[in-house]
Ligand binder design. Structure first.
Ligand code: NAD
Ligand code: DAU
Length: 368
């Protein structure tokens, strides 16, 4: 039986992971440790909190004494470390928090895990670190996808902070023998994603008739994966992955940004045209006024240091762990749109004035 400490469990992927785990491993206990930054929302976990095997703790991964007492009090034998500052644009405008949480915070967790699991009370354990394909830098159009042996070449402060944390995790395995695994995953999408990220931002801006900011020429490529397929990959690594190893998780699903934006415009237009109630609710959406949402597409200056292309070679996960994503992009994106329509209270509650100001300043376009 596992007793898990899930850091960052009130954020996008962490929330989905908690629900995935409660459903698929009901015998296990879960403690979530989350600092509830702008990206964390305790209300995400309202259903999980009804479960006696689940506990939420509001706190920071940098708080060594808190982490130590959680490991001891809850007999934690598995850490799944999601907590991070995760948005590339924010890292460009203010890298300090990325260094604190992603590098110093990860190191703080590693130190306590080593102290409890190796030095004071040796026991079987696993420290799984959630990382990103961005540590490998940018691919050219004809380059083969990233493998676990691709050299690290992070380009943004976010990617550099995640790369540094990966190296620390590796070092704690090689030097002290901490039982670590790392997964480097491609772009996730799905429920509870904070609407500063491309897919929810585009959907919500269409509903409000706001510009759809496309950075540069919009031909940058990302490899999109439904969030529960990321969780499935992490599950397999926790069950069967080899300590000391890194696994890349991807969707083999490369899309140019502009094609994703056009696809979402078409899907939302179709849905709104068919549904008078939605037209009454979202009166500012172009579709409610007989126009196509594509009229909102606005080319804005490119992100600094913008990586052109990411893609993951999924061979190792397939060969060693028999991993294959379940969700097709065509069904996943429809599920994601449907979730946003059915959970408007969720995103209305996270879209406060400061967020709109931030978009206005940093995306070079004015929300209406
Ligand atoms: P997110 O920004 O939605 O959530 C991050 C969570 O961490 C929030 O709940 C926040 O409150 C919490 N947190 C931040 N600083 C903390 C601290 N110091 N102590 C405790 N909690 C803290 O992020 P996400 O998109 O869910 O990403 C989760 C992890 O997955 C990150 O490590 C990210 O690098 C990685 N990742 C994300 C993607 C993606 O597409 N979103 C892809 C690959 C890897
Ligand atoms: O690849 C994994 C990474 O994916 C994760 O490690 C990060 O945590 C996660 O945020 C994501 O990073 P990206 O920078 O790729 O995601 P984002 O949604 O911010 O942007 C996706 C692409 O869309 C990127 O090329 C930038 C572009 N973009 C984004 C926004 C928000 C736009 O053109 N316009 C926008 O308004």
């Amino acid at each position: 039986m596992k007793s898990l400490l899930v850091t960052g469990g009130a954020g996008f992927i962490g929330t989905n992971f908690v629900y995935y785990w409660l459903k698929n491993h009901p015998e296990d206990n879960i403690v979530v440790l989350d600092a509830l930054t702008y990206a964390g929302n305790r209300a995400n976990l309202i259903e999980a909190e009804k479960n006696p095997s689940f506990k939420f703790v509001h706190g920071n991964i940098l708080d060594e004494s808190l982490v130590k007492s959680l490991l001891l009090d809850h007999k934690i034998n598995t850490i799944v470390h999601f907590a991070a500052e995760s948005h590339v644009d924010r890292s460009i405008h203010g890298p300090d928090e990325f260094i604190n949480t992603n590098i110093v915070g990860t190191h703080s967790l590693l130190k306590i895990a080593k102290k409890i699991w190796l030095d004071e009370n040796p026991q079987s354990h696993r420290f799984h670190h959630i990382s990103t394909d961005e540590v490998y830098g940018s691919l050219k159009p004809d380059d083969p996808p990233f493998t676990e042996d691709s050299p690290y070449a992070p380009n943004s402060p976010y990617a550099a902070s995640k790369a540094a944390s990966d190296h620390l995790v590796r070092a704690y395995n090689k030097t002290y023998g901490l039982q670590t695994t790392i997964s480097n995953c491609s772009n996730n999408y799905g429920p509870y994603q904070f609407p500063e990220k491309l897919i929810p931002l585009i959907i919500i801006n269409i509903l409000h008739g706001k510009p759809l900011p496309v950075y540069g020429d919009g031909k940058q490529i990302r490899d999109w994966l439904y969030v529960d397929d990321h969780n499935l990959g992490v599950d397999l690594i926790l069950q069967k992955g080899i300590p000391g190893k890194t696994y890349n998780i991807g969707g083999s699903n490369e899309w140019q940004n502009i094609d994703i934006v056009n696809l979402i415009c078409d899907l939302l237009h179709e849905t709104l045209l068919k549904n008078k109630d939605l037209q009454k609710k979202y009166t500012k959406s172009p579709s409610s006024k007989g126009e196509h949402p594509k009229t909102l597409i606005t080319n804005v200056p490119d992100r600094l240091g913008h990586d052109r292309r990411y893609a993951i070679d999924p061979k190792l996960m397939l060969a060693e762990l028999n991993y294959k994503p379940n969700e097709l992009f065509s069904t996943g994106i429809e599920k994601n749109i449907e979730w946003i329509f059915s959970n408007n209270e969720w995103w209305e509650s996270v879209l406060d004035e400061s967020y709109l100001d931030w978009i206005d300043k940093n995306y070079h376009c004015s929300p209406k």
